[in-house]
Design a protein around this ligand. Structure first.
Ligand code: DC
Length: 222
């Protein structure tokens, strides 16, 4: 039986950084499910489909091919055979991913892919519905959050470090809007699973959060 750690939480809580670190420490595979929703979203944008055109999104989701491979521990997302890792981290793609992830055909296809990965490998999987829907029997479930201002400041620092102009209040508003959309959709909305452990990283370093989660794994919690 493979072992799984599910990490859910709102945008910018540090899920991917933490999940990657835990995967490295434990020798597990890191599965970034947001990247899969982003790859599909990129396809919808490229096809000129608007977020409100649910029928077109369903049809396109059925036709598109999203796959995942690993190179030196890095997840690569392939969209119709094209490596799209370098194209999916924009705000535009993030917003479209949030909007198109309400679609049941999009979710069904990606949840199946995620479950297939977790059935073969020990995984640390992060997203919005991993503990509640994708891996309801995960060995450890974490709901990782932080105050919206803290999450916005982290994002602001990242963009600044890349030399990009940005406004902290706009970033915080975008984060709050995206959380609202992800928490209030009909299908598998973002919420803490009943058996998930809540971790608030507002006043914790990355190492402290990773160590706390590994501690929970060693104790068999969650
Ligand atoms: O984690 P992220 O910002 O890369 O995710 C982008 C969007 O994809 C997020 O706003 C909602 C959606 N998503 C989802 O619905 N379910 C997941 N398991 C992961 C992401």
């Amino acid at each position: 039986m493979s072992y799984s750690i599910a990490i859910d939480g709102p945008a910018g809580a540090g899920k991917s950084t933490i999940a990657k670190l835990i995967a490295k420490k434990k020798g597990y595979i890191y599965v970034d499910t947001g990247a899969m929703y982003r790859a599909m979203a990129l396809y919808f944008i490229e096809q000129g489909i608007h977020a409100s055109e649910q029928d077109k999104i369903s049809a396109a989701a059925a036709a598109v091919d999203v796959t995942i491979t690993y190179e030196n521990g890095e997840q690569i997302v392939w969209l119709n055979g094209r490596n799209v890792n370098g194209l999916i981290r924009t705000e535009e793609v993030g917003k479209m991913a949030s909007s198109s992830s309400v679609n049941k055909d999009v979710r069904k296809k990606l949840v199946e892919l995620q479950q297939a990965l977790a059935s073969k490998e020990n995984v640390v999987m992060d997203g919005r519905d991993i503990g509640t829907c994708v891996l309801p029997d995960a060995n450890v479930k974490i709901y990782l959050t932080a105050a919206s201002r803290v999450r916005a400041v982290r994002r602001y620092e990242e963009l600044k470090a890349k030399g990009l102009e940005c406004d902290l209040d706009v970033i915080e508003k975008d984060i709050i809007d995206r959380d609202y959309q992800d928490m209030h959709r009909e299908l598998s909305p973002l919420r803490q699973a009943e058996d998930a452990v809540l971790v608030d990283s507002s006043d914790m370093t990355i190492e402290q959060v990773a160590d706390a989660i590994i501690d929970l794994c060693d104790k068999g919690a969650g």
